[in-house]
Ligand binder design. Structure first.
Ligand code: MRU
Length: 346
């Protein structure tokens, strides 16, 4: 793919593509410490649920490399303190806590830098394989001549390899299937306009950018046969937490009879949280919404919303597509949400 990688790791050094500057500039940040990593996650230099988890895993490895305690308890105490800071950087995507927990579990068995590095690299490699599997399972949903609508960026920039929601699109495109992708601009930070449209266009797909509020009229006109989005967290009952505006799309899909599918790697499944109402929704700064021409009034800027399971047609995982009842399907296909750890070393 003709795309810079969101996360670069050479075994020692971590570089993050600064997504705040896309598509105008391709600039990498070299992450050397925890403060810088927290800032990069909080300000969306690196963003997208799986990418945040991978970046945090590497950042924790980098931060631990500076003067690692030799004694086991001290090693784990330092790891926990650093991980707590990373975990607090963004609250909604479960991948962040999931990746940090994987590193902790591995460190409890092997409190060494080498084991940390190995686990972080495994998480990254697994993610690439998962994207391909999601793509293979979801590809058949994209039929010749259809219109697909996506929201925010669940592409290669948000994950690794093919992305999640975009993976079926990339594979069908590579197979020569002709279809059109409509991309919501995704107010207020424009991940759709700046990232998804750019990413898909660079890969040669047929992309059309729309205002978020144009989705209804396109569905009414029969131009959209499928809505396909990513997720920051799917709870035990199948509720889907994703970028603000996703819920509105799901409601529209129900009205117009358009299938609403969610691409969800197992790292975004949270079986410990019963439903979406219990998920902390990140509230971001007013300045992201207030343009220079806006009236100076109070602002609400929730970054995510919850789509109830009953509005979801299906969830595409690396193990296959789950149709309702979602809770049972998620339990059966993903189980406790923990892919086999690399921690063969015990
Ligand atoms: O605020 P962002 O840009 O991190 O939000 C990203 C999303 O909402 C994505 O749809 C989600 O993380 C899935 S990425 C595979």
């Amino acid at each position: 793919m003709n795309l810079p990688r969101a996360i670069e790791w050479d075994g020692t050094n971590l570089r993050l593509l600064d997504q705040r500057r896309l598509p105008g500039e391709i600039v990498y940040l070299t992450i050397t410490g925890i403060d810088q990593a927290v800032d990069a996650i909080r300000t969306l230099a690196v963003r997208g649920a799986p990418a945040i988890g991978i970046a945090a895993a590497y950042a924790l490895t980098v931060a631990m490399s500076a003067d690692p305690p030799a004694q086991r308890d001290a090693f784990l105490a330092r790891l926990d303190a650093l991980a707590a800071r990373l975990r607090a950087s963004r609250p909604t995507a479960v991948n962040l806590a999931w990746a940090l927990e994987r590193l902790r579990a591995r460190s409890q068995r092997q409190p060494t830098l080498a084991a940390l590095r190995d686990e972080a690299e495994h998480i990254h490699r697994e993610d690439e394989a998962i994207c391909h599997a999601i793509g293979r399972h979801g590809a058949g949903l994209i039929t010749p001549g259809c219109g697909v609508l996506t929201h925010c960026n669940a592409g290669a920039l948000a994950v690794s390899a093919l992305g999640t929601a975009t993976a079926p699109m990339y594979l069908q495109h590579a197979a020569g299937v002709r279809f059109r992708v409509f991309v919501d601009e995704t107010r207020p930070l424009l991940q759709g306009a700046r990232l998804t449209a750019w990413e898909l266009d660079r890969a040669g797909l047929d992309v059309t950018l729309i205002c978020d509020s144009a989705a209804a009229s396109l569905m009414a006109a029969g131009e959209i046969q499928l809505v396909l989005v990513g997720t920051d967290r799917v709870t035990a009952n199948g509720d889907v937490v994703n970028k603000i505006g996703t819920l509105g799309l799901a409601v529209l899909c129900r009205h117009f009879g358009v299938p609403f599918y969610v691409a969800c790697p197992s790292s975004s499944y949270d079986p410990a949280t019963p439903s979406g109402i219990a998920v902390p929704i990140e509230q971001r700064a007013a300045g992201e919404v207030l343009g220079s021409s806006a009236a100076a009034v109070p602002v609400r800027n929730p970054a995510f919303d919850v789509t109830p399971a009953e509005l979801v047609t299906g969830i595409i995982t690396e193990h296959g597509i789950i149709h309702p009842p979602l809770a049972a399907g998620l339990r059966r296909l993903i189980g406790d949400g923990q892919p086999a750890s690399s921690s063969s070393a015990t």
